[in-house]
Each structure stands twice: as C-alpha cells, then as structure tokens.
Design a protein around this ligand. Structure first.
Ligand code: GEK
Length: 242
C-alpha cells in the first residue's frame, strides 16, 4: 500500500536528502508524483529488456530502490535462463525491495543486494538499468562506473540510464525547472514542499547535460547512444555495446 509523501509538508527537515526508512515508507507516492513520465519509463524498461535480454544472461538494476524496474523486467522478458540482480546501498530500500519481490509471483530469479554500485562487478550482462541513480553518484566516480558497466555487458547488451538533466542554455534550464515545479504542484505538492525538497537535494543530486552524458557513454566505449524518452528536465537514454 502506498503512503502519501508529506515529508516536507511542514517545511522541515532541512537536512540533505537520504534514502532512509521515512523515505522508503512514502517512496512509491514520492517518485510517481515527482518524476514526470516515471510510470511510462518503468513500463518501457521492461519492453526494452524483453527485446535485448539474451538467454542465460543477467539483468542488473543498479540503484533499484523498491524494485519497480526489476518487476517490469521480470514481467516482460521471455528468454530462458535469465536472472535479475537488484542492487541498492540503502538498507531500508533493500529491506523494502526484498518484501516487494517476495510478494511478486514472477518466475525469474531476483537477487536483491545491499551494495554500493561503485563496488559491483558486472558480468555476463545483457541488460543494465540505472533508473534515476547515476544522478546521485559523485560526478568524479561516474566515468569509472560506466567503464565497469561497459566491460560487464555482452556484445549487443543494453544500458538504460534515466536522469534528471540540466539544459545547456541557462534560461531554458530555469524554464524547465519551473515547468517541473508546476508539474509537482499539479500532483498536489505545495510550493513549500517543492522548495524544501529542492534544497534537500541540492548537495546530493548532480544533474548533467545530455551532451555530458553522451560524451561519457562514448568515452566508456558505447557507440550507439541516444535519448528514447524526455519530459521537461527528465530524460532516459539507451546505450548499446556493439
Ligand atoms: C526506480 N531505480 O524506482 N549504490 C547503490 N545504490 C545507490 C547509490 C550507490 N552508490 N547511490 C544511490 N543509490 C529506482 C529509483 S532512486 C531515484 C532510484 C530517486 C540508490 C538510492 O539508495 C536510491 O534508492 C536510488 O539509488 C535512487 O526505478 O529517488 O529520485
């Protein structure tokens, strides 16, 4: 059952945002009302995975939170011998994700691990998903992470990265931040909640431009790289190891 996100309804807390048990309790409501297109992205991650999953390979969901992307993959892939590895470094999220997986009746094995994705060894992967996770990784650690993912993907393997992005043009950037805030108001968040959440995320979420993402993906070895979804300052990219 999804609990309504009222974490910032009275303004406080003003500390940096952390994925603790308070966030876990409201997470489905929070992400659905904060990320435009989240449900579409989740559904299409499964659809893309169904196309790219190879028999007897692994699918990684890095920064899995409560496992929505894993569930979509689990529901939609049809090839034999696949398994899913869902990883998060928040103990509270991992506990919640384990509960979600235990209640799901899918047949594909899912291993849920509490681990820093910067320390994960990726191997025999046909699918790697980072759905709004890379944005929380320190920018200086992102190149190494992408190189590690590229190395662990099989030829033809697919990486999906969804991110909050920054527009190159400062006025357009400000405009789409404002549009995102309007979206959140339409979803029932107050101006106070929106501004407090923004302040809490400031030192933990570092958005980059699409150009920066594409450059990093190409530097890691991916030659086929593009955006498949965008709404305001939220985008999802595909990168294929060919
Ligand atoms: C979804 N993908 O619902 N190692 C492991 N996990 C991490 C790390 C790290 N270094 N850094 C952050 N996380 C999910 C949504 S939420 C996005 C992803 C959001 C985890 C963090 O604990 C959190 O659970 C997740 O990445 C980001 O499809 O809340 O905006």
């Amino acid at each position: 059952m999804s609990v309504k996100d009222t974490l910032y309804a009275s303004g406080l807390p003003h500390a940096d945002f952390v994925f603790d048990e308070n966030v876990v309790a409201v997470f489905p409501d929070m992400i659905n009302r904060s990320v435009p297109g989240y449900r579409t992205i989740i559904a299409m991650i499964g659809t893309l995975a169904a196309e790219y999953a190879r028999p007897n390979s692994q699918c990684y969901d890095l920064g899995c939170s409560l496992g929505e992307a894993s569930l979509s993959i689990r529901e939609q892939i049809k090839v034999p011998g696949c398994s899913i590895i869902a990883i998060d470094n928040s103990e509270a999220m991992v506990a919640g994700c384990q509960e979600v997986m235990a209640q799901d009746d899918g047949n594909i094995p899912v291993e849920v691990r509490c681990e820093n994705i910067l320390e994960t060894t990726i191997s025999n992967a046909s699918i790697v998903v980072m759905n709004f996770t890379l944005q929380f990784v320190a920018p200086e650690a992102r190149d190494g992470l992408l190189a590690n993912i590229y190395k662990g993907l099989l030829p033809g393997g697919l990486l999906i990265i969804s991110e909050k992005i920054r527009f190159e043009d400062p006025s357009l950037n400000a405009h789409f931040i404002e549009m995102h805030h309007r979206f959140k108001e339409q979803q029932g968040y107050s101006k106070l909640e929106i501004s407090c959440k923004r302040a809490a995320l400031e030192k933990v979420l570092f958005p980059e431009t699409i150009t920066e993402h594409k450059q990093r993906l190409r530097a890691a070895g991916f030659r086929t790289v593009d955006i498949w979804f965008q709404c305001f300052n939220f985008a999802s990219m595909v990168a294929i190891k060919n």
